[in-house]
Design a protein around this ligand. Structure first.
Ligand code: BES
Ligand code: MN
Ligand code: ZN
Length: 522
């Protein structure tokens, strides 16, 4: 079995042209007239090779493209990688993140182990250097990530390590960059952790195994605690939703609770100065973790059913975010709640027509066993709001309808609190994990009423993402709540110029950014 690539990202103060490395990455805009100062300095040492390349038209600096120029004895780098940044006026922090990812892709493909990044120089002072460092750290993890742990017969010879340095010749600049890099590495690594867990198939990760993984995560961090309810404990508590969905599988359901609280007096992370902080908000994150969704008795068609191993992604996003929060030691309290079950058809499965009493006491008529996500989330959400958190956010691969509505580029964002929605939209912009607001109000809730129970678990044909969210809304009472439907964005179908195919780890950057913003960290 292959080892996950061991990635390290640091900063260093060094002269760009003297920097000894296998690959020095610099950015180039497609619409910029002339090169920035750094690139033209390098170019003169390379006897105009960069200029000749650009003039030839072989490299147009579009986003997602790159070109290698080989070094000479006048520069320290063996190779210079020109990374396309696209149009300057369209550039954002995500441009840097993607450029770093594209560089890491190239390094892994060409089996290059040491890389220096000077991508930020092309942007001049457009962005705060700490934010730039963070984007670089996150991007390197994004681009170098590979999921091949079960491949035994490959001879691609990829390295199992990558060492990256974000460099500047000015030590005050490297210091600012470093603060971001430290955070970016934590967030990037947490996202890769989430991708690996999500990519693992259902015969490897059952609800019990996911619970063990959460316990391991908590054991490794003194500010994290993990409690797990097994099926008997859930029965005693009346968590009828999770139990119903899990009843068809021999792999019994679990209710996983991770609690993060900063030790002693809450402080800003060390790289941010470590000052004490007084007000500690409590945020609950609730994630859907269906380890496999066959649809149950309302079974799905065979085509692409294997993708439903990714139906645990929401829960894993919560796990990854908890890992990031704990390593960043953020000054707030976070509760991670992960109801987990396997949705299979069998003689003991829940059936269409069943009426289930959920943890909240509300009854639900099951009309389709494939609408199982809401059946476990209603218990998770109701448990969360009973803990009196300031806000509750759930994340779930909830509906095919959301994928149809928004495609692969945005997660659906619903909720009952304007301010929370705005905060999540801002975090989405900063993290490059995009969201789009969708409704979930009374009209939609009306469709979820049952004649023989309080609610039913499916609505009409139309607006499936909205009716699903409206169903969830019934379980949060007056608590501030937001819902992220990640069914469209949970995976990349194909490898891109920025990252490998499979689980995207969507939400780890978004939610961690949201939590960092709550504590005013940039
Ligand atoms: N896990 C699926 C949603 C999904 C679909 C995620 C495609 C990722 C990709 C969910 O449990 C589901 O089956 N939803 C049904 C709901 C329907 C029965 C109301 C759906 O979307 O068809
Ligand atoms: Mn389903
Ligand atoms: Zn599902």
């Amino acid at each position: 079995m292959k080892k996950i690539i061991d990635v390290e990202v640091k900063t260093r103060t060094v002269d760009f042209s003297r920097c000894k490395t296998d690959l020095l990455a610099v950015g180039l805009f497609s619409d910029a007239e002339g090169m920035d100062k750094l690139t033209s300095q390098l170019d003169s040492k390379l006897d105009g090779a960069i200029e000749r390349l650009i003039k030839s038209g072989d490299f147009k600096a579009k986003e997602g493209t790159n070109s290698i120029i080989y070094g000479n004895d006048k520069i320290g780098a063996k190779r210079v990688l020109l990374v396309g940044l696209g149009e300057k006026k369209k550039s954002s922090l995500d441009t840097i993140r993607k450029a770093a990812a594209n560089t890491a892709m190239k390094a892994v493909e060409t089996k290059i182990g040491t890389v220096c990044l000077a991508l930020h120089k092309a942007f001049g002072g457009k962005f705060d250097l700490s934010a730039v460092g963070r984007a670089c750290g996150e991007g390197i993890f994004l681009g170098s990530y590979r999921y091949d742990e079960f491949v035994t017969a490959s001879d691609d010879g990829r390295l199992d390590w990558l060492k990256v340095e974000v460099i500047d010749y000015d030590s005050t600049k490297t210091k600012k960059l470093n603060r971001g890099v430290v955070c970016g590495v934590i967030i990037g690594r947490a996202q890769s952790y989430a991708r690996t867990l999500a990519n693992r198939p259902a015969n490897v990760i059952s609800p019990a195994k996911l619970a063990e993984t959460a316990k391991e995560l908590a054991h490794g961090n003194k500010n994290l605690a993990c409690t797990v309810f097994d099926e008997k404990q859930m029965a005693a508590k009346g968590m009828g939703g999770v139990l119903a969905v899990g009843s068809g599988s021999q792999n019994k359901p679990r209710f996983i609770i991770l609690k993060y609280s900063p030790a002693g007096k809450a402080r800003l992370p060390k790289v941010y100065g470590g000052q004490a902080v007084n007000k500690l908000p409590t945020v609950a994150l609730v994630g859907k973790a269906i380890t496999f969704d066959s649809g149950g008795i309302s079974i799905k068609p065979a085509a692409k059913m294997e993708e439903m191993k990714l139906d645990k992604t929401g829960g894993i996003t919560v796990l990854g975010t908890m890992k990031a929060v704990a390593e960043l030691q953020l000054p707030l309290n976070v509760l991670g709640i992960i109801p987990s079950a396997e949705n299979l058809p069998s003689g003991s499965s829940y059936r269409p027509g069943d009426i289930i009493t959920t943890f909240s006491g509300k009854t639900v008529e099951v009309q389709n066993t494939d609408a199982e996500g809401r059946m476990i989330l209603c218990d998770g959400l109701n448990y969360a709001v009973k803990q009196n958190c300031d806000v509750t956010i759930d994340v779930a691969t909830l509906t095919g309808a959301c994928r149809v509505a928004l495609g692969k580029y945005m997660a659906g964002l619903m909720g009952n609190d304007e301010k929370l929605i705005k905060q999540l939209q801002r975090a989405a912009e900063e993290s490059g994990e995009n969201v789009w607001p969708m409704p979930s109000g009374d009209e939609y809730a009306e469709e979820m009423k049952s004649k023989i129970a309080d609610l039913k678990n499916i609505g009409s044909r139309w607006g499936g993402a909205c009716t699903a969210a409206a169903f969830l809304r019934q379980f949060v009472g007056d608590a501030k709540w937001a819902h992220l439907d990640i069914a469209g964005v949970e995976m990349f179908e194909k490898p891109s110029a920025f990252t490998a195919e499979g689980s995207s780890g969507f939400g780890v950057r978004l939610l961690t950014t949201y939590l960092m913003n709550l504590t005013d960290l940039r």
